[in-house]
Design a protein around this ligand. Structure first.
Ligand code: ZN
Length: 554
């Protein structure tokens, strides 16, 4: 009943924001149907408890985040700006629709449709090199060039913060982000410095000052460390971070911003989990030599409410949580920080997961679906990114699992974080740290969550990783589909076993740096089989994600 009411409300919201009057019974355009998959949802946070200085600082940070929208557009594709200008000039109803969907996707390729183009005259396939590398460069050319470079230059070439461009003689060269994007990084740095001057929080002042320096020096190390040490009511994440958009190598980082407010009570509650991390690492189902006997310093966890965003944070499916930084120099030394976007997660749970469960989970298990296990599994997912093999040795050479897994590293790492989260929570249940009443609820809610993620499409790391897990778990008998109703049940004992087994398999492949084994696992399991296809078809009326509307900043 509640679910019905919610879906109805979403329907009304979409209609109200549409351009045709409800009286004219027009079939929605194909683009309107695509847009409808994102439910407009108001996302708020409580700014009233901030100091006056922090409130002023917040305004500067929101403006800096907005600059990253433009910067990210440059990174995504060389044609983004001119196409946006063309779309903005068209004020017809269809024109507004196209611009809306363009904004939702950060470009003219639909993320939920395997990157299919939805505007005429753009390349038929989204450039896998984004705008990080020359469009005509092949992977082979890059690899041959990198092999010819001296050691420090090789690191830059395969590192996060350099684009690759062509010289007039067609040879390749590196350009630091600080040069490539100077026109936007300079004003962004100025806004961060303004905010640093306004806040009365010392750790925030330090981070913002160092991050402003990094924008201009291209050296992010000190500011990443300062971000790890942030202890502030405002929790901003702003800079070049994720490598998903570099579909050639997963080397280059896209700019993004999450401007958030910390939830102190939840943060304290969740920090308790972190105290058990070494114990979980020591009990991972992999060979002892692959475990890390001494994890880095206690990794901080933050639970926050998001109140503004920018850059790669904006288009497509909204992040529910993230684990940063990605730079192994920082994670080896300091671990990484988990930021849980609680107001986003609650919005997704209400708007999407509850109706998915009502459609696809067997009625006997459906009462087990709940927000608490949903939140806890995502928390554990973020924690598990920090565990398992990272710095590895292949053929006597020190490298990282991320480098060894190359283009598969993102999907593989996401699958690892999901499945090992179940392993870890089961371990905490079995050792009495968590209540056993959570057990069934956790697996059933996870099962419902798989459908939510796979709907994101297999071109996206999380969706691909989830498809892999679904088929693996189904083959192990952990997920059972009722042939009469088409609904799914989690077989709890088999789920436990299979989660442990897949955790072992993925982590061992990462520890060995065995790219071929990773590729074999992905090509066998990271696919949409007919049972999943039929299930996904039944979800067509449920939004795939939210379109966040942030009134706080207005
Ligand atoms: Zn993840």
């Amino acid at each position: 009943m509640k679910i019905f009411t919610l879906s109805l409300m979403i329907g009304i919201l979409v209609m109200a924001s549409g351009c045709t009057s409800p009286k004219q019974e027009q079939a929605p355009s194909p683009l309107a149907a695509k847009i409808k998959r994102f439910a407009p949802t108001v996302i708020t946070g409580d700014v009233s408890r901030l100091s006056p200085g922090d409130r002023e600082a917040l305004k500067k940070l929101v403006r800096a985040a907005a600059l990253l929208d433009t910067l990210y557009a440059h990174q995504a594709w060389s044609g983004t700006d001119s196409l946006r200008a063309r779309l903005e000039a068209d004020t017809s109803a269809e024109g507004k629709e196209r611009l809306h969907f363009f904004t939702l996707n950060g470009g003219p390729w639909s993320k939920l449709d395997q990157d299919a183009p939805f505007i005429e005259g753009v390349p038929a396939t989204k450039p896998p090199q984004a705008n990080y590398y020359p469009p005509d460069m092949t992977k082979e050319e890059f690899n041959t060039w990198v092999a010819s470079l001296p050691g420090p230059e090789q690191k830059k070439a395969t590192g996060f913060f350099y684009t690759v461009r062509r010289n007039p003689d067609r040879t390749l060269r590196l350009v630091p982000y600080s040069e490539e994007y100077r026109d936007l990084l300079e004003p962004a740095a100025a806004l961060l410095r303004d905010a640093a001057a306004l806040t009365d929080n010392a750790s925030l002042k330090k981070f913002l000052t160092l991050r402003a320096d990094a924008f201009l020096s291209n050296d992010y190390y000190a500011s990443d460390v300062a971000w790890m040490d942030l202890d502030s009511p405002i929790e901003p994440t702003i800079g070049p971070y994720e490598v998903y958009m570099d579909e050639l190598f997963n080397y280059k980082a896209a700019f993004e911003a999450y401007i958030c407010l910390r939830d102190d009570e939840e943060t304290a509650k969740l920090a308790m989990f972190s105290k058990r991390l070494q114990e979980i690492e020591n009990n991972l189902p992999i060979e002892k030599r692959y475990r890390n006997p001494k994890l880095g310093a206690m990794a901080p966890i933050r639970v926050v409410d998001e109140i503004a965003q920018g850059g790669e944070a904006r288009p497509g499916v909204q992040a529910a949580a993230f684990n940063l930084p990605n730079d192994e120099r920082v994670t080896t030394e300091k671990g990484s920080k988990r930021v849980m976007l609680k107001n986003i997660q609650e919005a997704k749970f209400r708007t999407i997961l509850a109706p998915i469960a009502a459609t696809l989970i067997d009625s006997a298990q459906r009462p087990k679906i709940a927000f608490d296990p949903f939140f806890t599994v995502i928390l554990a997912h973020e924690l598990m990114h920090g565990l398992g093999p990272h710095s590895i040795v292949v053929d006597g050479r020190a490298t990282t699992a991320r480098q060894a897994m190359k283009d598969l590293s993102s999907a593989f790492e996401e699958a690892k974080a999901d499945i090992s989260a179940l392993f870890a929570l089961q371990y905490l249940i079995d050792t009495g740290a968590l209540d056993r009443t959570m057990e069934e609820s956790m697996y059933v809610t996870f099962l419902a969550g798989i459908f939510r993620s796979v709907r994101f499409g297999l071109n996206e790391a999380h969706g691909k990783g989830m498809a892999l897990q679904f088929n693996y778990l189904a083959d192990e008998g952990a997920i059972v589909q009722d042939t009469a109703t088409g609904r799914f049940t989690a077989d709890i004992p088999r789920f436990k076993q299979a989660a442990r087994k897949l955790t072992a398999e993925i982590m061992t492949i990462q520890a060995e740096g065995a790219y071929d084994k990773a590729a074999a696992l992905i090509s066998k399991y990271a696919v949409i089989r007919p049972g999943m296809k039929a299930a996904l078809d039944r979800l067509s009326d449920i939004p795939v994600d939210i379109e966040p509307l942030f009134p706080t900043i207005e």
